[in-house]
Design a protein around this ligand. Sequence first.
Ligand code: KIV
Ligand code: ZN
Length: 511
Amino acid sequence: MKDKLIIFDTTLRDGEQSPGASMTRDEKVRIARALEKLKVDVIEAGFPAASEGDFAAVQAVAETVKDSTVCGLARALDRDIDRAGEALKPAASSRIHTFIATSPIHMQMKLKMSPEQVIEYAVKAVKRARRYTDNVEFSPEDAGRSEEDFLCRILEAVIDAGATTLNIPDTVGYSIPADFGAMIGNLMQRIPNADKAVFSVHCHNDLGLAVANSLSAVMNGARQVECTINGLGERAGNAALEEVVMAVKTRHDIFSCDTGIDTREIVTCSKLISSITGFPVQPNKAIVGANAFAHESGIHQDGVLKHRETYEIMRAEDVGWTANRMVLGKHSGRNAFKSRMTELGFEFHSESELNDAFFRFKQLADKKHEIFDEDLQALISEVNSETEEEHYKLVALKVCSETGETPSATVTVEVGEAEFTADSEGSGAVDAALKAIESIVKSGVTLELYSVNSISTGTDAQGEVTVRLEKGGRVVNGLGADTDIVIASAKAYIHALNKLEDKGEKKHPQV
Ligand code: KIV
Ligand code: ZN
């Protein structure tokens, strides 16, 4: 029997900390359902003390998820821990994750605390968290740059205080695999009560080593890995769940542990996260990139056709690539539509919501004959974005694009109760449409990113547009999908503007 490697997914917390990746409560619930289906052991649903919205999102995930443990992050402060404990009350199984920085630079410059004070806070926090649950995780933030002797002292103390998981974060992605693995091995040997807790790792990807560092830690005894779908996360991101899981599965000859992940759900989760956050997956990304299993060269294709293992170390269907098939079409009925949407993790709260979504589906099926899961996911995102607070609404859009002429657009936008129409020219049809919208809303935003992705194949495919807007230091992503990419662009721009209208204050846990 191999050991169990616990998979702790932090897409909804650390993933959400990437600029522009913030998610609504409903989006978090949809992702949590998909993660539960993927069979992750622990879902870190958020940082409840960040804002009322974050508290409500963690609570909603705790109410929904039954098979995975739901975790909330808390700084080593009474108020944070109480908020996490409250938000997690409805969970079938809950965990509080509390942390405090332990590197000399963080203790001196950020916390302005002595090492003794840091130990005191950590112990107090763990004891307080134990009032709410017996499943308590402690992280010494910036462990990758902390002194090993100090880590031994603080970790021994928090185990005595009741911590059951010790998570060692490489917060700034500074570690190198051999050293990081050795550090985990040393801590496990040197801490006298180490056998009373599970050792976990949480690696950031600043040097592109997050997965390598995590795997090196596993080879040295770590039995929990913290990771995110598609490696989403602050700066260069976190360790990618799909890469960690598939490395352990594919190289079962060298890992003495197994995960409980249902790998066939990986691609569905990856596409869902990408479509909700607007962070596209690069085509050559391991496991979930569109080219990850594509064999282009004639020599490779010949080898694969003769004997698959000549060039394939994993099977595309084992990570869910076969799910990428035509599922519905023009003649599909309401029941088929509803049941596929349910399989994709979307629940209709009323008949009218179902009718509305089915009407949009029919409109789309009139424009394109084959409807893929990705099209349905984009449709769900659109329904969801319209159920959020909508200050601006796209009413109509007309563009004129002709060789040798300057493209122009006429746009009508509803602002509150009133409708406004504006014309504009631009260097292309998209530019003209966005300028026309801007001349109505006068938002003064900076466009930081504009990208278009084809949701499926063929010229009738829907284009999914992501725009990232910045205003006053706030960054939001907007998404829009349509078979016409100018309309998709206008929808994405309006979606982002609506997100900027939501002024809710949100604290960052590590600042
Ligand atoms: O990177 C980090 O140190 C974290 C902690 C809160 C665990 O995300
Ligand atoms: Zn982190």
